[in-house]
Every structure is written in C-alpha cells, then in structure tokens.
Design a protein around this ligand. Structure first.
Ligand code: MG
Length: 411
C-alpha cells in the first residue's frame, strides 16, 4: 500500500540581485512556502519525497506566508496525512484524485487560497510521479491527449525603472532575442507613453509589445491610454482596473483595441468560469501559485480554450526553479499559449533551490523538464541555508522594501 507518510512545511527567503517594482509593490527578495511530501510503501518501507512551492502575495489573493502555512498545517495536511492511494499502479492519477477530492471538500477552487494549496499539490504530484517514474509534463500531456512539446519560448518583462535603465534593458532584451516583451505601466501617464514609444523604437516592429497596469487605472484612463498608444501596436493591456471592477472589464473588452487580459481578477477556477461567462476579457494570465497549483491551472486552461479566450502563462516574481519547472510542464503539455512568462531565475535570484538551471536560454527558449516528477532536483544545501522562520524573514534587512501600496490592498 502507498500512503502519505508525512507533510512538512517550511519557508525560504530568496534574495534578488535587484529590486523589482510595479504598480502594486516593490521588492528585493521573496519569501516562499515550500512543502515536502513523503510517500511510503507500507510493505517494503521504501519512501520517496516530492517538493512543491508557492509564492503568497497579499495584494494578489489576500494570502500571506503566515496564512498559507497555517492553512496547510491546520487544514490540508490533517486531511491528507495517512491517506493511501486507491490505485498503486498509477500513483499520479491517485494523487490527482485525492487532491481534487480535498479541493472540492474545502472549496479550494472557489476561494482565494490558491497559494496555500499550490505548494502542497505540487509536492504530492511530484512525489507520486517520481514513484511512478514518469514526468508531470508527460502525465499532464497524456491527460490532455497530446504529446508534450520539446520547448516553449518565454517573453521578457520590464519593471518600473528610470529611462536609462529602461533603454539598457530594451537593448539587452533585443539582443537576447525575446519575441514578446511586457512593460509594467501605471506609474505616470506621460512616462507610460514614453515607455511604450521607446520599446517600439528599440525593439522594432516584429516584437510583440504588451503592457500590465496591475490595477492602476480606471475605465477612462484605460481608454485614454489605448488611444494614445494606437500607433505603437500594443497587443494587450493586462489588468487595467482593480480586480473586482468586472463591469468595466466587460466594457473595455468590447471597446478598446488591445486585448484585455485579466490577472488579479483571476485567482480561482470559479472566477475563470465567471469571467468567461461575462465575456470580461480576451485573455487569462494563469499563474500556478495564485490559482492553487497545476490541476487548477489546467482546469482554467480548459475553460479558456472552451470559450475562445487566449491563454498566457504568468509567474510570480521570485519563483524558484520548482515553480518554474511546474510552469514549464503546464506550457509544454498544452497547445501553444499566447505568451509565457517567468524562468528568469538566474537573472533575478542570487541563489536558486534546484540543481538544474531552469533559466530560459537565448530567444527565451525553455526546454521541457527532464527527469521524473516536476523534473527539478532540489539543492538541499541551498534549501537548508535559505530556510527561515517567518518572524526572522520579516526582520531581514531589505524587508522594508516590500511595501504593498494602498490601492493594492484590495482583498
Ligand atoms: Mg500581471
């Protein structure tokens, strides 16, 4: 019999090489939740473990690292520890069913608690797939009746910065060969127009340019922006208005030329269904951590495909190689997304948690994860050194740099 023998929750602090700033926050490090699930064969006593990660952000889902750890320890772990798999020949399918039952019983797909569930979900799937000696990517592709593709091409993201830094980054991105670049906007109207104009000038006409306002605008400001950037061919405007302004999103989707992509408005499977039903957007930004893990993310992809909504793979700033591997698996196991974000691990993180370098290569090329489970092997030495107690994390030098702005505290 295969049973869930142990669930261990910890937190890590990952320092950045530079501060990353957008309309809702600025940060110089990320505190992430790590879950280790141990499976045991009760006959042989053999064990296998899997790792999962999430990046709780209060201004996205309302969760903090503290609330996520409490939720996992207080609710999810107690329900799952000691449970055994119904079908030992297909442990990944068994783990998936168990996770879906738990999610359903606790309304995970209807509440904004994705970052609490995600780390646990990824860890259990990782362990089960390792036991089965298969990769999550191939398992997911098979469920989708597809053959996983060999690689995906990520786009670049440009945070707020001074004009000189913007110019330097745009030159670098052009040299690196990104086909898509997303600009963070919403700080100042004139600066936003300058940023878009500069990007088009330096990247040329063949690069897709998108913008992300992170809830910074109202309806009129969004319309005004879309008029002013018409000549620069902006493909999409992500989350222009606050997350709960759904009627405005519906009107904007009808009336502005760039595609309206939702991000902060899309944190659960139920929200995806509602947004699709309301025709409140043309695209979903799907970040595995905020929506509750890979199973939830796949459900949201399926909703999008059914309703003709474009899919964008998003990422939380500060994801380690574990979440990067999960995102890569989702991307490679599905039809092409409009855009893939993330996998800038080496450029952003001073140290990573995986032995494999999950950073994409030139042109944003990220290869399908090799190996079993998520395809990432934990660097135990880095993991134990970067592990922190939450109070210690909050007292770290630089933590004052994490400041959610007032308008972002909306959950
Ligand atoms: Mg966004």
């Amino acid at each position: 019999m295969i049973k869930i023998a142990d669930i261990h929750v910890s937190t890590v602090l990952l320092p950045f090489r530079f501060a990353f700033k957008h309309s809702l926050a600025s940060r110089s490090h990320s505190t992430n939740v790590i879950v280790r699930v141990t499976l045991e064969n009760t006959l042989s006593g053999a064990t296998v473990f899997g790792l999962g990660e999430s990046v709780p952000r209060e201004y996205v889902t309302g969760e903090t690292c503290e609330s996520a750890v409490d939720e996992i320890k207080g609710n999810f772990a107690g329900t799952l520890v000691g449970r055994s798999f119904a079908d030992e020949r297909k442990p990944t399918d068994s783990a998936c069913r168990l996770l879906e039952q738990t999610a359903s019983a606790m309304n995970v797909y209807g509440r904004r608690i994705g970052a609490s569930f995600c780390a646990l979900e990824l860890a259990l799937l990782d362990a089960a797939a390792r036991l089965e000696k298969t990769s999550i990517c191939n398992w997911l592709a098979e469920k989708n009746t597809r053959t996983a593709c060999d690689f995906i091409n990520y786009g670049g993201v440009i945070p707020f910065g001074k004009p000189n830094a913007l110019t330097a980054l745009l030159y670098f991105y052009r040299l690196y060969g990104y086909k898509t670049v997303k600009l963070k906007v919403g700080d100042d109207p004139e600066l936003d127009i300058f940023t878009v104009r500069k990007a088009r000038e330096l990247l040329g006409n063949s690069t897709v340019i998108r913008v992300d306002a992170n809830c910074a605008w109202d309806f009129d400001q969004t319309v005004e922006f879309s008029k002013r950037v018409k000549a620069f061919n902006v493909a999409s405007i992500e989350q222009p208005v606050p997350y709960d302004h759904l009627d405005e999103l519906v009107e904007l989707t009808k009336s502005v030329q760039p595609e309206i992509v939702v991000d902060e408005s899309l944190c659960t499977v139920e929200e995806a269904e509602n947004l699709a039903r309301m025709k409140a957007c043309g695209g979903f930004n799907i970040r595995i951590s905020k929506v509750g893990g890979l199973i939830a993310a796949q459900k949201i992809v399926d909703i999008a495909l059914k309703h003709g909504i474009k899919i964008h793979l998003g990422a939380q700033v500060g994801e380690s190689g574990i979440l990067t591997a999960a995102g890569r698996a989702l991307g490679c196991a599905n039809p092409p997304f409009e855009n893939y974000e993330g996998a800038q691990n080496f450029f952003l993180l001073k140290e990573d948690l995986t032995k494999e370098n999950m950073t994409h290569g030139l042109g944003g090329k990220g290869k399908m994860p090799q190996g079993h489970g998520l395809g990432a092997t934990v660097n135990e030495s880095n993991l134990s050194r970067l592990m922190v107690k939450l109070k210690a994390a909050n007292a770290q030098p630089g933590s004052a740099a994490i400041e959610a702005k007032g308008r972002g505290l909306h959950v």
